[in-house]
Design a protein around this ligand. Structure first.
Ligand SMILES: [Zn+2]
Length: 465
């Protein structure tokens, strides 16, 4: 059910939310300076010599992993990792597409806070812009590096290249602009870096970003036949290259290939996990698996990602396994991508905790009734503007604000996990979304004009038309 506020009612709610947010912001400013002034005191203690590997599987929706209840056996390796650690059932991407979500993972900030969004068109300008990550914001590689870790990033999409500042803080950073199909090579690169870097006798922090599950759905040999006896038959994307049209009848075929891509990624992660065990690194290494967003297969009438905040695009996996992580735990606590940074810093014993929006979800102090916000929706074509959308999940209740920030829609995700039966939105949930939407932007990101090579890649990937 949509609820449309009158202009005066909306203004009152929004004004109250803005006032409260700014009061909290100014009260918190002192703590930013206090916490960031301790950089030089960071060092690795004897109990902190443990490694971290953060694996981000682009475009992976949680409900297509066996350990999240999927009916196909897509993920035996990830399932076994989950059994040896903790799996969060209700983990949320805080944007439905790549650039804002990765900025949230890097910084521990909500999309409204870091401001790294796109694609937008400047007035009277022929080009498009994305925003880069504000390099002055705290980030995982910088903070782990300052704490004495060796840092390595292996990523596979142009939106994470150095122009966007995602490379800052890494000792080693490699970005394959169009890294589809590179899961095997990327795992090999990570292993090679760890082996070659071991002479440094320092713990390592690695981010491994894999892009294989993203379109085109074109799994390599054997994996293309894993869930369909016919293979791809040359049909690996929704759009017909000649006509530009797309056919809803392809959905089941493309879903089976999407699942084959997941199985291919899972196979290569299994190789990585086995290597960690054989080299006795597993007992000293925290492995984290998550995604930047999901993928739609007509769940709400659309395809691909970036365009809504429904579950198929923001319900993502989050799994942690390693020393200090309780095995066999399935947690119902709602968590977001912004929780990853504070959780990893706390796990590693790094005391230089910056001001972030997320929390340490291993602390035991997290409430089921906490609220996880989302926004950063992408325009459907590069000559249009991104629609205003924001969401908040509180426990099982999810409220989305749509249109010109005046239409609310609410679902109970326990009774209605696929969001087909909207219910009435009460004022408390309206205020939660408006409160988030009015939150101050901490980052001051600079616009980036993608070069022509990147534009071609983005066009091939369907991000721009
Ligand atoms: Zn992505």
């Amino acid at each position: 059910m949509y609820i449309r506020l009158s202009g005066r009612g909306l203004f009152s709610l929004l004004s109250a939310a803005v006032l409260l947010v700014f009061i909290m912001f100014f009260l918190s400013c002192g703590s930013v300076q206090d916490q960031t002034s301790n950089n030089e005191n960071d060092s690795i203690g004897e109990n902190q010599k443990r490694n971290v590997i953060l694996i981000i599987i682009d475009t992976l929706r949680a409900d297509h992993l066996s350990c999240y209840g999927y009916f196909r056996n897509t993920s035996p390796s990830i399932d076994s990792l989950a059994a040896s650690g903790t799996l969060w059932q209700n983990a949320y991407a805080q944007s439905p597409w790549t650039l804002p979500s990765h900025a949230t993972i890097w910084t521990g900030l909500s999309v409204r806070s870091h401001g790294t969004v796109g694609f937008f068109r400047l007035e009277n300008d022929e080009g498009i812009r994305n925003y880069a990550l504000d390099p002055s914001l705290p980030s995982l590689p910088v903070l782990f590096g300052q704490a004495g870790y060796r840092t390595c990033g292996i990523v596979n999409v142009t939106l994470l290249r150095d122009e966007y500042n995602f490379d800052i803080g890494f000792d080693h950073y490699s970005c394959n602009l169009a890294g589809h199909g590179q899961a095997g090579a990327s795992v090999d690169s990570l292993i090679s870096w760890v082996v070659s870097d071991s002479i440094n006798l320092k713990p390592f922090f690695c981010i491994l970003h894999l892009y294989d599950v993203h379109t085109p759905y074109n799994p390599p040999d054997d994996f293309d036949l894993m869930f369909t006896e016919y293979g791809s038959m040359g049909i690996t994307a929704w759009f017909d290259e000649e006509t530009g049209n797309w056919d809803p009848g392809k959905s089941d075929h493309l879903l089976k290939l999407y699942d084959g891509e997941i199985a291919w990624v899972d196979y290569n992660l299994g190789r990585l996990f086995e290597w960690l065990r054989n080299d006795s690194l597993a007992e000293n290494t925290l492995v984290v698996i998550t995604s930047d967003h999901g993928e739609e297969f007509l769940d709400h009438g659309g395809i691909d990602h970036g365009h809504t905040l429904y579950q198929e695009l923001i319900h993502i996996p989050l799994i942690m396994s390693g020393p200090g992580i309780e095995p066999g735990v399935v947690s119902p606590i709602p968590v977001g991508q912004y929780d990853i940074l504070p959780t990893l810093l706390a796990w590693a014993g790094i005391e230089n905790m910056p001001m972030v929006d997320g929390s340490d979800i291993l602390s035991g102090d997290i409430s089921y009734s906490r609220s996880i916000p989302g926004s950063g929706v992408c325009p459907r074509s590069w000559d249009s503007f991104a629609p205003h959308q924001a969401s908040v999940v509180t426990g099982s209740i999810k409220t989305i604000i749509l249109g010109e920030l005046e239409s609310f829609i609410t679902y109970d995700l326990v009774d209605d996990p696929i969001e087909t039966r909207p219910q009435e939105t009460d004022s408390m949930h309206m205020e939660k979304v408006l409160f988030y939407w009015a939150s101050p932007q901490l980052g001051l990101p600079e616009p980036v004009f993608p070069d022509y090579e990147s534009l071609d890649v983005l066009r091939d990937l369907g991000y721009i038309k």
